[in-house]
Write a protein that binds this ligand. Structure first.
Ligand SMILES: [Zn+2]
Length: 110
């Protein structure tokens, strides 16, 4: 039997600064794209489904870059400042709870 497996590291972090930088750069470019402007012009927050002024919506990565998410269009959604703020301090499990507490509506699939 081998005992050299580091079992206490149950959540290996896949974090490559070079990839992170590239994805950040990609999202920066997407922010000025027609695709994003059109998406944001709906004024609907992806999470709480409330209506906002397009200028009040921020760009959010559903799966954060720091958790292996990418800047693909599927992973980027418009999000109001309230949700953005909440999301940034909640753990993923708590965030899911928060979403479930919002009128029971599931975020629409894009
Ligand atoms: Zn919201």
């Amino acid at each position: 039997m081998k005992f050299n497996e580091p079992e206490h590291i149950s959540h290996p972090v896949v974090y490559d600064p070079a990839v992170f930088k590239k994805e950040k750069e990609k999202s920066r470019k997407l922010r000025s794209s027609a695709w994003w402007k059109k998406k944001r012009s709906s004024g609907i927050c992806y999470y709480c489904r409330k209506k906002f002024k397009p200028a009040d919506l921020t760009m959010d990565h559903v799966i954060p870059l720091s958790r292996g998410g990418t800047s693909s269009r599927e992973n980027i959604v418009p999000c109001c400042k309230d949700c953005n703020k909440k999301k940034s301090y909640l753990l993923p499990a708590e965030w899911t709870e928060y979403l479930n507490s919002l009128s029971g509506e599931n975020p629409a699939e894009v």
